[in-house]
Design a protein around this ligand. Structure first.
Ligand code: TXA
Ligand code: MG
Length: 345
């Protein structure tokens, strides 16, 4: 397996050509995007998609996002594209928004997990865009983690999960956003958010009017989520994670009492800049200032991975739902905690 470090301000064209050729030949290349690292293969080659599922240890009914670099490539893979999609692309592409359309027949069932729809995104990262062009225009890429682990937000994370399982890793440093893209389904009458992300419902509504949220996003229904990947256990550290929500002083007191009572177990806390020095756990991680939700989003997956590295058994997290991307942060954190949340007052 090859591991190349690239500078996004001065991308080595030779390395990009080699990476693009690897994908064209049916190989797999992990690459940085602004959200998380992707595990890329040729989206139009069914065998490449098969290799992606095998490398991730992921069920093959879980569809992949197709990444493009030119808006003119969209109608080659998507059908029945509504005007609203072009309006959104104009505003948010390249960027952390994935849109779902009916698929064209050139997109193999292996890429869409057997669905008649295809998810498409244009990532906002110069290395990703250069690679997509070098690979022929269409890269299928899930997040480059082993199934069930937190998504990778650095080259080091990708190496932890994918060493020896793929052909190449392009390390472009840490991801700017750190949470996966917002997924918007445009294949039905009213656009629906299937996965919350950095682009919020509000931002979408400001551009195209009414947007709904799939009830499964909030865990409000037993119905299967429309993004198949949302049904799988995700992001969870190996230790037991509990989210403690409520007024700050009560949260700190509750968590500190639980740590004191934990006899013989290695304890951990996900805390804010404001509270981290008040905990006496084995592993206390400062995820960022409570008001700085962009920093919290950027650090979340690295924080979750660190608990595994340090073999933490009992973990408590404060809740981080202050601002507009709080819904996206809490959606990941709640699933990492297996819906284990305690309210204190
Ligand atoms: O930010 C991102 O979106 C990253 C980077 C690499 O682009 N990719 C990513 O891919 O998060 P992945 O495979 O980890 O998550 C894709 C999600 C899954 O929940 C999958 O079920 C859903 O998108 N999805 C893909 N195609 C779909 C479709 N046609 N209909 C419904 N959901 C779909
Ligand atoms: Mg993923």
């Amino acid at each position: 397996m090859l591991y190349y470090c690239l500078d996004e301000n001065q991308i080595d064209p030779e390395k990009i050509r080699e990476a693009g050729d690897t994908i064209k030949r049916g190989g797999l290349v992990a690459f940085p995007t602004e959200t998380v690292y992707g595990l890329g293969g040729d989206a139009l080659n069914p065998e490449s998609s098969g290799r992606i599922y095998a490398a991730k240890g992921r069920p093959s009914d879980n569809p992949l996002i197709v990444h493009i670099a030119e808006i003119s490539d969209l109608p080659k893979i998507a059908a029945g594209i509504p005007e609203a999609a072009y309006t959104l692309a104009d505003r948010f592409w390249p960027g952390p928004l994935t849109m779902i359309f009916r698929k064209q027949s050139c997109v193999p069932d292996e890429t869409t997990g057997g669905l008649a729809t295809v998810a498409v995104r244009m990532p906002d990262h110069p290395i990703a865009l250069a690679l997509i062009r070098a690979a022929g225009g269409f890269i299928a890429a899930p997040s480059a983690n082993l199934s069930g682990r937190p998504s990778p937000t650095s080259g080091k994370h990708v190496l932890e999960d994918m060493d020896g399982r793929i052909d190449m890793i392009l390390d472009g440093g840490s991801c700017r956003i750190g949470l996966e893209s917002t997924i918007l389904d445009l294949s039905e009458d009213v656009p629906a958010i299937l996965r919350p992300g950095y682009i919020t419902r509000r931002m979408l509504q400001d551009v195209i009017g009414e947007v709904t949220v799939d009830p499964a996003v909030e865990g409000k229904t037993d119905a299967a989520p429309k993004a198949p990947g949302m049904k799988y256990k995700h992001y969870a550290p190996k230790g037991a994670l509990t989210i403690v929500s409520g007024e700050r002083e009560a949260v700190v007191a509750y968590i500190q009492a639980q740590i004191k009572a934990a006899k013989g177990q290695r304890t951990g806390v996900i805390a804010s800049e404001e509270t981290h020095d008040r905990y006496r756990a084995d592993v206390v991680q400062n995820i960022g200032a409570a008001e700085d939700e962009e920093a919290i989003a950027r650090h979340l997956y690295d924080v979750l991975r660190t608990f595994d590295e340090k073999q933490t058994e009992l973990i408590f997290s404060e809740a981080f739902n202050a601002g507009p991307i709080g819904q996206a942060i809490m959606n990941r954190l709640i699933r990492a905690a297996g819906h284990h949340i305690i309210e204190v007052s």
